[in-house]
Design a protein around this ligand. Structure first.
Ligand code: KG4
Ligand code: ZN
Length: 325
């Protein structure tokens, strides 16, 4: 069953064709990162206009690369939220138009759920229950998944998301945008010597990253940072340590079979390495290109929606503030 996935929740315009929720036939991504880098962050109005320009060519490319015709496609899956309203609207309306023109079933998917389903594209088997650490530009959630479509959020960020914290720290250190890869690269030449604070929020699986960001800002303002590389290494470790410790503790409490990591921050090598070392359970992490926004994960997630009979009509709307669990 070949599904076309469409993703426009943020600053990547993406389309992909995936077979049976597991085999990627194509995965096309048009990134706007260079355009937004000029402004030091995403400008929503610019993002939606770029999606309008890129979406039709990207869908066409995804069909050509997959060597399929419309007759081969059995359904269309699209991100309905969370994300930027004006960006989501582009993908949702194109998906509706295709559904109408080709009489194809349509399903709107939750972007957080999409990121989780990137783990079904790794080739490894997944046994439920699993604990998912979703760490992206907008979210840091710990979600217990007991079956397809069955989610219970057990932890969340109380302020900044992990990716947002990386982006803000990079801005504070003048390392550029997007911040996660910039911090990771700079950290490679530094050592963790600043001993930045960790917010443990004992007794909960919640996260808080605004304190560590503010501590970094104060040190910069006080002229105490002589090496941006050391500052990046210290910041990265402070965030990763909390993410890993809480994830491993929650996995033990909920007696899951696997830990799944998802979202842009899942591409961070220190996070991948530390989780692998400290978890007594198997840890699944998607390959790098499937951690950040892409449409293969949308199509994979859509396949399981269709299997469960979850479909939407042409009244499908965007849900910019959608939550999971
Ligand atoms: O999942 P994603 O592509 O978009 C959202 O749905 O938000 O995540 C983007 C976020 C950005 O905040 C970016 O700085 C962060 O993921 N990120 C990283 C790395 N690569 C991307 N954070 C830490 N280390 C990385 N290597
Ligand atoms: Zn995302």
């Amino acid at each position: 069953m070949k599904i076309l996935g469409i993703e426009t929740s943020c600053d990547e315009t993406a389309a992909a064709v995936v077979e049976d929720g597991r085999s990627i036939l194509s995965n096309q991504i048009a990134s706007q990162v260079e355009i937004h880098a000029r402004y030091g962050g995403i400008v929503p109005e610019v993002a939606s206009r770029q999606h309008v320009l890129a979406i039709v060519p990207i869908v066409r490319q995804s069909m050509v690369a997959a060597q399929v015709t419309w007759d081969d496609i059995r359904g269309v899956a699209v991100t309905k939220g969370p994300g930027l309203a004006g960006s989501l609207l582009v993908g949702v309306n194109v998906a509706k138009a295709i559904s109408l023109a080709r009489e194809l079933p349509l399903t709107g998917v939750n972007h957080l759920e999409d990121h989780i389903y990137a783990n079904w594209l790794t080739g490894s088997g997944v046994d439920f229950p699993v604990l998912c650490l979703i760490v992206s530009g907008g979210h840091s959630d710990l979600v217990l998944m007991r079956g397809h479509g069955d989610y219970l959020r057990v932890g969340r960020t109380r302020d900044d998301a992990a990716g947002e914290a990386f982006d803000k720290a990079a801005r504070i250190l003048g390392l550029g945008y997007p911040g996660g890869p910039a911090i990771e690269q700079a950290a490679g030449n530094g050592t963790d010597c600043l001993n930045l604070p960790r917010a443990w929020l004992a007794g909960t699986y919640d996260f808080s990253f605004s304190g560590v960001k503010t501590a970094l800002l104060r040190m910069v303002q006080a002229g105490k940072i002589s090496s941006p590389a050391d500052a990046a290494a210290s910041f990265q470790l402070a965030v990763v340590e909390v993410l890993v410790t809480k994830t491993v503790a929650a996995a033990k409490e909920y007696q899951v079979k696997h830990i799944l990591v998802a979202g842009g921050v899942a591409s961070n090598k220190l996070l991948r390495q530390r989780l692998g070392e400290e978890s007594p359970l198997p840890v699944l992490v998607p390959e790098l290109i499937l951690c950040t926004d892409n449409a293969a994960m949308i199509a994979a997630c859509g396949y399981y929606h269709f299997q469960a009979g979850k479909m939407d009509g042409l009244d499908l709307d965007v849900s910019p503030g959608l939550k999971l669990g």
